[in-house]
Write a protein that binds this ligand. Structure first.
Ligand SMILES: [Fe+2]
Length: 174
């Protein structure tokens, strides 16, 4: 626009590119948490910490599965086996395998926060694609809320992850 007015509409092309990016983030997240779950060296209370990582992984898997079921109809490319994103997820997890649990949680809080904000902002401008943006926002918010609760030592920190999982019983994964 050349008249100086603000254009608050996001074009469909940009929205679809944002969804493609969010999907790649899920492939990354699945690789990250799968690798972390298997190779994490800092378990101090494995009976509690391993199930938390499993729930984080499941939130990513559910989000990816629902997106993978809908993105092709929008002609948005989505490859659950995207080798670049999988490799990146594993590479990044490798760096944090030796962190103690509190340090890992602190690191993940800082890591997830900008994405939570970004996906929240995108969902507010999602136009006709709001159901998928809502899903993306909701899953990242669940992860961020869990991490903050865990950071603060809340007893039932994982409840927010379980609530997200329970909300999508037909994803084919639960
Ligand atoms: Fe994710």
């Amino acid at each position: 626009m050349s008249d100086g007015s603000l254009n608050l509409e996001t074009s469909p092309e940009v929205l679809l590119a944002q969804l493609a990016g969010a999907f790649r983030g899920e492939v990354y997240g699945i690789a990250f948490f799968t690798h972390m779950l298997t190779h994490y060296q800092g378990y101090t209370d494995e009976a509690a910490q391993r199930p938390a990582l499993e729930l984080l992984l499941k939130v990513e898997q559910i989000t990816a599965a629902i997106m993978a079921a809908h993105l092709p109809t929008l002609e948005v490319p989505c490859d659950l086996d995207d080798p670049l994103m999988r490799a990146q997820g594993i590479k990044d997890a490798d760096v944090w395998l030796n962190l103690g649990w509190p340090e890992l949680i602190d690191t993940l809080v800082d890591w997830v926060e900008p994405y939570q904000q970004q996906y929240r902002d995108q969902s507010e401008r999602a136009g006709g694609f709001w159901p998928l943006f809502y899903l993306v926002d909701k899953h990242e918010t669940a992860i961020f809320d869990y991490l903050q609760a865990e950071q603060q030592g809340e007893k039932n920190a994982t409840a927010v992850l379980q609530r997200f999982i329970d909300a999508y019983p037909n994803s084919g994964l639960v």
